[in-house]
Each structure stands twice: as C-alpha cells, then as structure tokens.
Design a protein. Sequence first.
Length: 54
Amino acid sequence: MNETDAWNYFLQSGRVNDYLTYLSVQKAKDAGKELEEIDENSDAGDNTERTEYR
C-alpha cells in the first residue's frame, strides 16, 4: 500500500484506524521501508502443533 492509497482510504471512511494506517505508511516511507498489501498474508506463525498430555 502506498501513501496515496492509504490517504484515500482514510478520506472515504473517516475512520481513525485508517488514519493510523496512513501514518504508519508515511513513517515506513520515510524510513525507507514498504508495508505489505492489505490482502497479503502476514506470516503470523499460528503454530497449531501442541504437545499432547496423556
């Protein structure tokens, strides 16, 4: 997501969460990093393997 898209989402919704997303994209741009797209899967690492207790 780029800065313009994030701003447009905020303008359409008016939600605080969308504004915070815009700010994070802006900070990432200033730091030279890019954020992943909204529809991309993040590797949250949901580890479903657990030790079985018997």
